[in-house]
Design a protein around this ligand. Structure first.
Ligand SMILES: NC(=O)c1ccc[n+]([C@@H]2O[C@H](COP(=O)([O-])OP(=O)(O)OC[C@H]3O[C@@H](n4cnc5c(N)ncnc54)[C@H](OP(=O)(O)O)[C@@H]3O)[C@@H](O)[C@H]2O)c1
Length: 215
């Protein structure tokens, strides 16, 4: 698939992009600045010369791709999506956004009573195809393609078919996707990010993750 990663210049988007490119997807690194997207894409290509990785601005990336991944900080979600809205409607949008807030990212707060993914659905309207996933996968080891992440990825969304596509993306990134229900459940995924940040801090590690047992 041709995958655009908005904010793909950050560690989370870059790491996922590298893994998807390694599994054969065509990855477009989106940025507010096309030059920055190109620079980061070139850095990723240096790690994976055979990968199909390019960079451009977020709008062009959204127009060119079949599937969009939103990987910007929560505070940038609304403005980023307002900019690319027309290019995204009708395509699957996978959001990795977790609204963690400094200075205490390890403490979960619901900014609006809704999850960031539900706010996205309201902003884009009911026709938007939104799936929340990868909130609980730390960026730290994504770049190391030989590292076994040994994690499950909880996937929330209102379309079973779209969640199956997201689960394939999990597999392609070396992870295991688990259907975690409707988009309404996505606040649990987002809140779990703060819990995992706290676990990382308390255990002096960088990549605490989760595994669902019994299935
Ligand atoms: N890092 C992790 O371990 C991790 C784990 C799970 C989930 N997440 C979630 O994944 C998302 C991305 O994480 P990250 O650590 O990669 O984030 P980041 O480095 O802080 O930001 C990613 C990119 O977003 C763009 N951006 C930053 N501030 C912006 C603003 N004010 N307006 C518009 N664009 C802005 C920047 O791209 P340009 O300057 O190129 O436009 C930046 O490179 C976040 O929502 C985070 O909660 C992260």
């Amino acid at each position: 698939m041709k995958i655009a990663i908005l904010g793909g210049t950050g560690p989370e988007g870059s790491g996922l992009g590298l893994r998807w490119a390694a599994s054969g997807h065509e990855v477009i690194i989106g940025s507010r600045l096309a030059e920055k997207g190109i620079t980061v894409a070139n850095e990723l290509k240096a790690l994976l010369p055979e990968g199909h990785i390019s960079g451009t601005d977020n709008l062009t990336a959204s127009q060119e791709a079949e599937l969009i991944v939103l990987a910007v900080p929560y505070g940038a979600q609304e403005s980023t999506m307002a900019h690319v809205r027309e290019a995204v409607i009708g395509k699957l949008l996978v959001t990795v956004v977790a609204p963690t807030q400094k200075p205490k990212a390890r403490v979960w707060r619901l900014p609006s009573g809704l999850s960031a993914a539900e706010e996205l659905q309201i902003q884009l309207g009911p026709e938007a195809r939104i799936v929340a996933a990868f909130q609980n996968i730390g960026a730290h080891q994504l770049m190391d393609l030989d590292f076994d992440l040994d994690c499950d990825v909880l996937i929330c969304g209102n379309s079973k078919q779209d969640k199956e596509i997201a689960a394939e993306l999990c597999t392609d990134a070396g992870l295991n996707g688990v259907n975690a229900g409707s988009l309404q459940n996505s606040s649990v995924l987002e809140g779990l990010t703060s819990v995992l940040i706290g676990i990382n801090i308390r255990n002096k590690v960088k990549s605490a993750g989760i595994r669902i047992t019994g299935i």
